[in-house]
Write a protein that binds this ligand. Structure first.
Ligand SMILES: *[C@@H]1O[C@H](CO)[C@@H](O)[C@H](O)[C@H]1NC(C)=O
Ligand SMILES: *[C@@H]1O[C@H](CO)[C@@H](O)[C@H](O)[C@H]1NC(C)=O
Ligand SMILES: *[C@@H]1O[C@H](CO)[C@@H](O)[C@H](O)[C@H]1NC(C)=O
Length: 514
């Protein structure tokens, strides 16, 4: 007993001593000891710093906002006719003369003229505003948008990005301060060289502009990003290898705007071309755009960027409907290439078709994501446009042969067509990789019909053949890392680790890219 009693004062004395010392040595200006505060750096929080736009950016936005309002189309919002679209959204390169989609309801010449004049007004404003477009010259970085729902998914994507060895800075645009999460924005993201940027800090400095909606955040994130060279990635898209090289090679260096294809044909109204006062692009000239990833050089594509802002600002009422009339989703995806076209600037859309990531479950293919080709390889490969003399979509060995079979035989050689361009971006758009939820649905391809855990993208051999390493193995490692970040004892962490153990096994658990 006496022993215990004598311990108690000592137990109290130690904290008192520590507290006294801490208070004594503490600089007066700080309310809390610095060591307890990961958030404040030089008295400012990280998000506040990265969301402070200098007056020249604000002034530019105010001018751009006035230009947008001055170029408001003076006609009623457009509408599409109801009903089935049939099969016309399938891409049919062997039918080059196919007519453009035409589903505008009650669209009159007066409407078209109103849109035409407003477009011309914006086109002129874009010319005038282009030289003032703000960005930090020579900088390169990655831009994305995320809200509370997508942040856990983005953290998985961001960790996948970092695993490729890519150290480019990342700007994560969030709508406003209500979406701000101090731990994520000021601790977790900065530890991965990423920062939250609060869009409303700059957006709200212009008067009379509408609040952005769902699809519009993407273009505003690109517009207000500080980088000159931008890789935009959806929160659920990530590269399989370091994307830095893409900025240093064609087609980025030659075109300054690189987009990727969707599975479908574009469904652009012919009226769009009349409104933009440019020649009609054939309806089957290329696939429609899938905007999970995009590369843009803000220096060389200034006017395109401003027209993209215009098409998105007036997207929900006008341009989303003019540019994307299919059942495969309206939205921003068709605004990027068209903007470059409208101002006569170059763009490069990857022509290797998208590849579905998924697997067969009980006899049916279940797609979970989209794999998109390396634009550099795609550019060199120069994929053949399908036609009556070459219906295949890739180069064949026979394409390298002499036209005369006799000569070819005499030459006695074997020539192999190059390999189809490999993917670089993986856009997991169907099953969202939020660690807390990804394993909840047992009917997903992550499980067999009897509930046994299973790989979701196909075999290890297929992954290695496609990308050079087992990217799915790495992905689940990252999901576990993120799912266990807050609490190693959580059920989320336990479930993911059990899944990984079951599917990939112990011996296979070291993630190496060879
Ligand atoms: C960071 O700054 C913003 C804006 O001033 C503020 O709303 C937020 O609460 C700050 N965060 C912390 C953790 O102090
Ligand atoms: C698997 O497919 C067969 C045939 O299509 C079907 O009858 C069966 O119900 C399916 N099983 C499950 C578990 O979905
Ligand atoms: C064709 O070339 C191979 C190796 O280059 C050689 O072995 C073969 O004899 C040649 N055939 C003819 C018919 O010249």
């Amino acid at each position: 007993m006496p022993h215990v009693i004598s311990t108690v004062p000592r137990l109290i004395a130690v904290p008192i001593l520590l507290l006294t010392c801490t208070v004594f040595f503490l600089p007066r200006s700080h309310e809390v000891p610095q060591i307890f505060n990961h958030i404040h750096i030089h008295g400012k929080n990280v998000t506040e710093t990265s969301s402070t736009f200098n007056p020249s950016v604000q002034a530019f936005w105010q001018e751009l906002a006035s230009a947008l309002l001055a170029a408001q189309p003076q006609c009623n919002p457009l509408q599409l006719v109801e009903g089935s679209i049939g099969s016309w959204a399938d891409w049919q390169p062997l039918k080059p003369g196919k007519k453009h989609a035409d589903r505008l309801l009650g669209f009159t010449d007066d409407d078209e003229t109103a849109l035409f004049r407003a477009h011309y007004a914006m086109r002129r404003s874009a010319q005038h505003l282009a030289p003032k477009l703000p960005f930090s010259k020579g900088t390169t970085g990655i831009v994305t948008t995320a809200n509370a729902k997508y942040m856990p998914i983005f953290l998985v994507s961001l960790r996948m990005l970092r695993r490729t060895g890519c150290n480019l800075p990342v700007e994560v645009f969030i709508d406003d301060w209500s979406k701000y999460e101090p731990t994520i924005c000021d601790t977790v993201l900065p530890s991965l060289n990423a920062h939250c940027v609060v869009l409303s800090n700059v957006y709200n400095t212009a008067k009379y502009v509408k609040e952005p909606d769902h699809y519009q955040y993407k273009i505003f994130a690109m517009l207000f990003s500080s980088f000159q060279h931008v890789l935009f990635l959806d929160s659920d898209a990530f590269p399989a290898y370091d994307p830095k090289i893409l900025f240093a090679t064609a087609p980025y260096t030659t075109h300054g705007l690189v987009t990727w294809p969707d599975y479908w044909a574009p469904t652009i109204s012919a009226h769009f071309y009349h409104i933009a006062a440019i020649p009609e692009e054939p309806s089957q000239a290329r696939y429609s755009t899938e905007s999970g990833q995009l590369l843009i050089n803000k220096d060389t594509q200034r006017e395109s960027l401003l027209m993209m802002v215009y098409y998105n600002y007036y997207g929900p009422d006008y341009y989303y409907l003019l540019l994307s009339q299919g059942s495969h989703g309206a939205g921003d995806k068709e605004t990027f290439v068209q903007a470059a076209m409208a101002v006569g600037l170059p763009y490069y859309q990857v022509s290797t078709g998208p590849r579905a990531l998924g697997r067969h479950v009980n006899g049916t293919f279940r797609g979970l994501g989209i794999a998109q080709a390396d634009p550099g390889i795609d550019y060199e490969y120069l994929i053949p446009m399908r036609s009556h003399i070459h219906p295949a979509e890739v180069w064949q060995d026979i394409d390298l042969a002499h036209t005369d079979p006799v000569v070819e035989k005499a030459l006695n050689r074997t020539r192999k067509a190059p390999k189809k361009p490999r993917p670089v971006f993986l856009h997991q758009n169907m099953l969202k990789l939020d660690p807390r939820k990804v394993l909840d649905d047992k009917t997903q391809p992550t499980f067999e019909v009897d509930g046994t855990p299973h790989r979701m993208w196909g075999s290890k051999e297929e992954m290695v053949d496609l990308l050079g390493y087992d990217v799915e193995r790495r992905l689940w490692d990252v999901i576990a890392e993120e799912g266990c970040r807050e609490d190693q004892e959580s059920s989320t962490c336990g479930e993911i680790r059990a899944y990984v153990r079951e599917v990939f096994g112990w011996m296979d658990s070291i993630d190496r890219p060879w």
